[in-house]
Ligand binder design. Sequence first.
Ligand code: FEO
Length: 172
Amino acid sequence: MKINKKVEDAINKQVNAEIYSAYLYLGMSSRCTEMNLKGMANWFYVQGQEEMTHAMKFYRFVLERGGHPVLPSVEGVRTDWKTPLEMFEAAYAHEQTVSALINNIMDIALAERDHATASMLNWFIDEQVEEEANASEIAEKLKLIGESKDGLFMLDKELSARVFVDATQPAA
Ligand code: FEO
């Protein structure tokens, strides 16, 4: 069954929101690099890559369902972050906003009795639990670290281990 128009519009907006997320995290990654926090720069870079896979999952879904992707311009992002804590708190707040957007698409899909979209969205609903938890956990660690340079060094090292995996594709 061809995708419902209201659902299609909401998903198209979400493609844009996910690309905006990628851009936001790229800006944070560049700021961390400037601050010599290479591990955090890596974490945000990988986060940005993941966001692009989220955008593409929505994009592919619109096409698969016979819809028409629309690709408006992506809003600019700030790159003048002052501290890592400011960035991770903003990342957590952003992920909460994204969760609300996805919940809203789910509400539309259910109201339109579009069960195929609801099924696809379940993946994102689970993913958002992780997205919020990851950003929040790092923000909390940064609060504990406070002004400790050693603590910041250790956390930065820990975050350098993150590697990009496209979780939207079936495992090879
Ligand atoms: Fe694609 Fe971080 O939500």
